[in-house]
Design a binder for this molecule. Sequence first.
Ligand code: UDP
Length: 459
Amino acid sequence: MDSEVKMPQRRGVGLVLFPLPLQGHINPMLQLATILHSRGFSITIVHTHFNSPNSSNYRNFTFLPISDGFSDGQASTDDVIELITALNVNCVAPFRDCLAGLLSDEQSEEPIACLISDATMHFTQAVADSLKLPRVVLRTSSPSSFLVFIAYPILRQKGFIPITDSEQLEAPLPNLPPLKVKDISIIETQNPEQVYELVDAMVNQTKASSGIIWNSFEHLEHSSLAALRQEFGIPMFPIGPFQKVCPCLSSSSSLLTQDRGCIAWIDAQAPMSVIYVSYGSIAAMSESEFMEIAWGLANSNCPFLWVVRPGSVRGSKRIDALPHDFLETVSGRCCIVKWAPQQEVLAHPALGGFWTHNGWNSTLESICEGVPMLCRPCFRDQMGNARYVSHVWRVGIQLEKGLDRGAIESGIRRLMVSKEGEEMRMRALKLKEQVDLSLGNGGSSSQSLDSLVAFLSSF
Ligand code: UDP
């Protein structure tokens, strides 16, 4: 599907995009919308009331809210599986009505040609089928991590999941190198059976779609993409990293207000001296883990920019929980914010490393800027992403054994000031060059985007 097809700029084809309402899914969907709009498509974003995106930042798009069935304050990300399962039930009728309304508008100069839906909103395949509308899927995580979801039934059958045997954790996963048993996507929930149902529905309804758009690029995940092409037999469009194709920054789609004060702070730091610490939009930690991180950072002697999101420390109130002696020790060499302009921070010359939970967006954003990583995955696809970062692309090290201040301090030093860290930085910069090549004229992502534009125009 990746033949080189140059499409002229065109108007008149409408696309409906439907994101999963979580930060890590909203950002890439709106980036994709911006990319496709720049290629001549008109864009309608259908979205839930829960976590609704800020439409004022996207004046060229039409935003249509639908009911998600939650009353105010009822929806929460504490149990993501429960949330996604409920959305896949509650949104069926409102989404169908909304889409049917758009399709029946015969006066429209830009008739809807296709639905692009987040893979986790699997119910949309049946709705699109019933309205005879093609559906293309956006998968916001990596192709490599999707292979693990595809393997779920067999991993379950062979007794690898649920993970019960701690002796097995280091064992390699069959047919999924370099992943180990402990890298299987773990999703904590009240009802584990719902995980299997959700994964099953997501995989099957993605298979039933007309094609898949990936926020990744051939060079990074060639063998995983090849395996997926063989398994699914539908067109694949690895057009990423979106972050670099798209002229907009994630600030436009940020659900939280970014604290830009940290940019003035980082401006004053020496080149490549700062470690940036962020666990993304959902992961939470215990108070004791929080204190180990704090003292590990303090003892490393590195300047650090730390995102402490409200709610990210269970049962505690952010900075107020940090003791005086800690604040005194790090005075002048740290900046703590609730939410940062992450892409700008990662691109800053003073940045030397990124301590990340390895959400896919954060991982890619780091790769885009050539920043080596200290990996501390928490759940879902993050474990697999961290394994690829440390063992395949070799642009990071993983904190695998416990989260105590000594291990953190030595991990930070390895990343920031050792020869090993320097070599990782070199590899990260080489990978950044591959990003630029992929997106440049004739590069694989650029060709894939041309193919996607031609594909969407063909409906
Ligand atoms: N992000 C941000 N400011 C922060 C922390 C995160 O803008 O202080 C953005 C980050 O750039 C990324 C997204 O939030 O685009 C997090 O997505 P990711 O997939 O990394 O993790 P998730 O939040 O889904 O766990």
